[in-house]
Design a protein around this ligand. Structure first.
Ligand code: DX5
Ligand code: ZN
Length: 224
């Protein structure tokens, strides 16, 4: 098994929305490494979640990094708002705008880490020309829009290809790039994700659907 450190990022999408602050504090106390915040606009994806106002309100609740996954199009007009709301990392889909390179540059220019998200149907080649601008690449292992979907095994090969691409990039003197998986990650699927090369696991239902968050995070970590 690879020895790189594995980070677990619970997705607040599966939390109790009437108690978001409390839920954020609970997963942080339960051992979450990052908090994953899913931003949906009802247009890029068929669901609506929350925006920068909620991210800002949550920022004071916990100290762990905020991993903001933008499922909105266009994304560019909202980058400043999410940066100011307290995002540490902002991830975008290449389909969300005409100039991915510029979008990633803008995120970096705001002093934030930049992430690139690949949908199940988006090829690895979408990352090839922007590797220098990525602090993270996220492989969607479900179609974005909803929590609680089944993990798509078809994405494991993509994770493995990206792992080789990232390792080669680092060997050439490039910056480190985290490799994240999002969708249907549970204690049953986490091992295969890490074996394929992932080092950040997003888990919504598997954490917030459990009675004991600390146990759920520990189970995913030990499976990984
Ligand atoms: C899906 C979101 C995911 C989602 C994961 O569009 O990007 O972050 O919350 O939820 P689970 O872990 O339940 O599949
Ligand atoms: Zn997500």
């Amino acid at each position: 098994m690879p020895s790189r450190p594995i980070r677990i990022a619970p997705s607040l999408l599966a939390a109790d929305f009437a108690r978001l602050g409390e839920e954020a504090r609970a997963v942080a106390a339960a051992g979450a490494d990052w908090l994953h915040l899913d931003i949906m606009d009802g247009h890029f994806v068929p669901n609506i979640s929350f925006g920068p106002v909620v991210v800002k309100a949550l920022r004071g609740q916990v100290d762990i990094p905020f991993d903001v996954h933008l499922m909105i199009a266009p994304a560019d007009p909202y980058l400043v708002a999410f940066a100011e709301a307290g995002a540490d990392l902002i991830s975008v889909h290449p389909e969300a705008g005409p100039h991915l390179h510029r979008t990633l540059q803008t995120i970096r220019g705001l002093g934030k880490q930049a992430g690139l998200v690949l949908n199940p149907a988006t090829p690895v080649s979408a990352a090839e020309n922007v590797l220098d601008l990525c602090d993270l690449i996220l492989v969607m292992s479900v179609n974005p829009g909803f929590g609680g979907q089944s993990f798509l095994d078809s994405q494991l090969g993509k994770i493995a290809t990206l792992r080789r691409m990232i390792d080669a990039h680092v060997a050439r003197g490039g910056q480190l790039i985290a490799l994240q998986v999002d969708g249907g990650v549970t204690a049953r699927t986490a091992g295969r994700c890490v074996e394929a090369g992932a080092d950040v696991l997003v888990a919504g239902t598997a954490v917030f659907g459990a009675a004991d968050y600390a146990r759920a995070i520990a189970d995913i970590r030990s499976a990984a």
